[in-house]
Design a protein around this ligand. Structure first.
Ligand SMILES: [Zn+2]
Length: 280
């Protein structure tokens, strides 16, 4: 594991050391390193995205549909890194099958001493990520509990359509570290929403999130990314199945989805860049 120095035991929070094909802390809590190179630091099994959801997401993202979002994230991270010396530690909290860390790694290939670490509760997602992006490190972990990450060790924390844990994000980040939270904009999938009974986007989501992070983080900028996509039926299905809509789809909605030949829809994201507050 490249980023082992950033990891902590999920049970006692001590350092972890390599011992054969395991990671082990001083109190002998032991975690197997999988063949693909990732490690599972869940204390007990948690439900995450299913294999079907993860595969839909990989197929959809591989077609480059969200590349403008990835490019925007890379620009925000690069701007931050220009002001900071190496080594740089980047954590993607809720990394899924690793797409955004993979794009970031490509864009930062000149950067020396770069540690890219992805956490996700979905083992299927982490397995796929570890196979595809061997230059990064991936860990199955619960974002809602104490994070398996050392105090003040992370320079850049990405949180892209994923669960948020403001107090823990603040604990693991370096002073003046950069947090980038991506949320859907109000117009995200608008045409698709008018065609299918999908989950609604929370009103005032941006304001709600800024307030949620306010005890620890100051908002620096909100960068909107918005454009249209022309999707074929299969791609529409992938877009729906890769989101929490997967859990809420009625038979009626599935039938309606299967009749769509093609669709032009808006996608809209807001990248919220925060700086850790000094007193945080
Ligand atoms: Zn331990």
């Amino acid at each position: 594991m490249h980023c082992l120095h950033l990891l902590r035991c999920p049970v006692c929070h001590a350092h972890l050391e390599h011992e054969g094909a395991t990671l082990r802390c001083a109190r002998s809590h032991t975690f197997d390193i999988a063949r693909e190179g990732y490690v599972n630091l869940l204390r007990k099994k948690q439900a995450g995205d299913t294999k079907e959801m993860v595969q839909a997401r990989r197929s959809f993202l591989e077609r480059g549909f969200y590349q403008p979002l990835a490019d925007t994230l890379n620009t925000l991270v690069s701007a931050y890194l220009r002001e900071h010396a190496s080594p740089i530690n980047v954590l993607d909290a809720g990394c899924g099958e690793g797409y955004y860390l993979g794009r970031l790694q490509q864009s930062l290939s000149q950067q020396e001493q770069l540690c890219l670490l992805g956490l996700d509760v979905a083992k299927d997602a982490i397995r796929m990520a570890a196979k595809r992006y061997p230059c990064a490190s991936f860990v199955v972990a619960n974002l809602k509990e104490r994070l398996v990450i050392a105090d003040e060790s992370i320079h850049v924390l990405l949180n892209i359509f994923a669960p948020r844990n403001p107090a823990e994000f603040a604990r693991v980040m370096m002073p003046a570290g950069r947090l980038i939270v991506v949320i859907p904009g109000a117009e995200h999938m608008a045409q698709l929403r008018s065609t299918l009974p999908l989950l609604q986007i929370e009103e005032n989501k941006q304001q709600h999130i800024v307030e949620q992070f306010a005890p620890y983080f100051t908002l620096l900028e909100a960068v909107p990314v918005s454009y249209e996509l022309d999707l074929k039926r299969e791609e529409v299905q992938q877009l729906v199945m890769m989101t929490p809509n997967y859990w809420h789809l009625s038979d009626e909605a599935r039938r309606a989805m299967s009749t769509i030949q093609s669709l032009r829809t808006q996608v809209a994201f807001i990248c919220l860049a925060f700086q850790k507050s000094v007193e945080g």
